[in-house]
Write a protein that binds this ligand. Structure first.
Ligand code: ZN
Length: 242
């Protein structure tokens, strides 16, 4: 179909505007930071597991400290009881007194040993708590970063939605300048996922790649540059270069 130079200008602009629209749509549907966001989600999950493990280790050491503490208390109770018996001395032979002194000394020695063990457990607990705090801090960092990337993605999407609206309005204005037949042909190809229209740079449809027969191509070259064609394969509006 032969179109006017103004319609040709509108069609060329429409091709460019539609291409821009496709790029905007692609970015909208495939956010550039999606991969980064996914990595952060993975890190968050991994750190969550590590946090649970670290917390379990901390609990284990706390339990060990408490257990040793209880043993120390038991020994101390024994020492207090026997010291009282010793100080009272009622009905005790000198042999009993010596025995009591020896028992108290043994309990004191055991307390010393247990305190050594407790000290070790407390050091381990401290290290485990530091490890847990470290995982916690990193988890906070990843959470904050994830939130900020998520916000950036959301904001960019909103921006792109706005640009897509402007793009559609612009495309619609250009489309309205085309003859009805060309506009509906354009729509048909768009509906099939094509670009709607394309400028021919050689004997191949620039929309779908289909080769244009030699005879047809010869006719096109001989015809008016503002003559539009329909791709036999994809039905896109084709226009040769002026
Ligand atoms: Zn085609």
């Amino acid at each position: 179909m032969l179109i006017t130079p103004d319609q040709r200008t509108a069609l060329e602009s429409l091709i460019a505007v539609a291409a821009r629209g496709r790029a905007l749509r692609h970015e909208h549907d495939n956010p550039k930071q999606a991969e980064q966001l996914q990595e952060l989600v993975n890190s968050h999950k991994e750190l969550g597991t590590r946090k649970a493990e670290a917390a379990e280790v901390v609990e284990g050491h706390r339990g060990a400290v408490a257990e040793t503490n209880a043993l120390i208390e038991k020994q101390k109770t024994q020492i207090a009881k026997k010291t009282e018996e010793l100080n009272d001395g009622t009905g005790l032979t000198s042999r009993d007194l010596v025995n009591l002194q020896n028992e108290i000394a043994a309990h004191e020695e055991r307390v010393g040993e247990l305190e050594e063990i407790e000290l070790g457990s407390m050091e381990e607990l401290e290290a485990a708590e530091a490890g847990l705090a470290d995982v916690d801090r990193r988890l906070d960092e990843v959470t904050a970063e994830g939130r900020s990337v998520q916000t950036a993605v959301k904001e960019r999407k909103a921006e792109l939605s706005g640009e897509l609206e402007d793009n559609s309005a612009e495309a619609e204005k250009l489309r309205e300048q085309l003859p009805t037949a060309v506009a509906s042909q354009f729509d048909t190809n768009i509906a099939q996922g094509g670009p709607g229209a394309a400028i021919l740079t050689g004997p191949n449809c620039q929309a779908c790649g289909q080769e244009i027969g030699a005879a047809t191509w010869k006719t096109m070259l001989a015809g008016d540059a503002n003559e539009t064609y329909e791709c036999e394969e994809c039905e896109a509006v084709l226009l040769r270069r002026s």
